[in-house]
Design a protein around this ligand. Structure first.
Ligand SMILES: Nc1nc2c(ncn2[C@@H]2O[C@H](COP(=O)(O)OP(=O)(O)O)[C@@H](O)[C@H]2O)c(=O)[nH]1
Ligand SMILES: [Mg+2]
Length: 211
């Protein structure tokens, strides 16, 4: 099991997948991270890191182009101070990426219906996690989704992926610009352990807020 300062992942497994949000949306106030973002932004990679199981997410997806929601369960122990550490059962949900050019019109519509259903009906203890490629400039579609999430969800965390693709000054500038555009604080994630740890620790802090 993976150990990080402030977070230990005690267990992780695939729970279920479904095309309907009501079948996936937890009934109980279990802390639930729902990961949104364009296709290829790094959702599966990041969730693999949140679970401490890089291959679990890919292996859980039905082969082909099925548009579905994937639910994982995990147990996290959080807290810097060993005495005050807490154990949490959590859910992590992978959503279909939007903006994938190879999809048919019917698939695009299905995907966008599903995403609006999810974004409009957050679970009781829901944290929306919006991933964004640090090198890209958001369009109105992206800004609109983030705006909706920040209005509807109790908590929102924007995470900038692929920060390893820019140099230090490029990263700092992009981070400032994107925080302003998304009107939300952002954290960075990238290739390698240290970079993703920072973002996952930000989520562990969010967890303390929802429980
Ligand atoms: N350099 C870099 N590549 C990444 C990062 N995260 C994901 N990738 C790569 O981006 C591609 C898409 O990632 P994936 O997790 O499948 O994206 P998804 O479509 O949002 O689930 C894969 O080739 C990943 O290896 C990152 O932080 N840095
Ligand atoms: Mg994926």
């Amino acid at each position: 099991m993976e150990a990080r300062q402030g977070l230990v992942i005690l267990s992780a497994s695939f729970d279920r997948s479904h095309e309907q949000w009501p079948e996936i949306r937890p009934e109980n106030p279990v802390p639930t991270f729902v990961v949104f973002g364009r296709s290829n932004v790094g959702k599966s990679t990041f969730i693999g890191r949140m679970l401490g199981r890089p291959k679990l997410v890919r292996a859980s997806r039905t082969p082909g182009r099925t548009i579905e929601l994937l639910r994982f369960q995990s147990t996290w122990r959080t807290g810097e101070d060993v005495e005050a550490q807490k154990k949490h059962h959590i859910y992590i949900i992978d959503t279909p990426g939007y903006g994938y050019a190879q999809r048919s019109k019917k698939e695009i519509e299905k995907c966008s219906r599903m995403l609006s259903d999810v974004s409009l009906h957050p679970p009781a203890a829901g944290v929306a996690v919006f991933l964004w490629d640090i090198r890209r400039k958001p369009k109105e579609e992206d800004l609109g989704l983030v705006r909706d999430l920040s209005e509807t969800w109790p908590h929102l965390q924007v995470i900038l992926t692929k920060s390893d693709k820019l140099n230090k000054s490029g990263r700092q500038k992009a981070r400032r610009d994107l925080a302003q555009l998304f009107e939300s604080p952002v954290v960075m994630s990238g290739e390698g352990h240290a970079a993703s740890s920072q973002a996952i620790l930000a989520l562990a802090k969010r967890l303390e807020e929802v429980v």
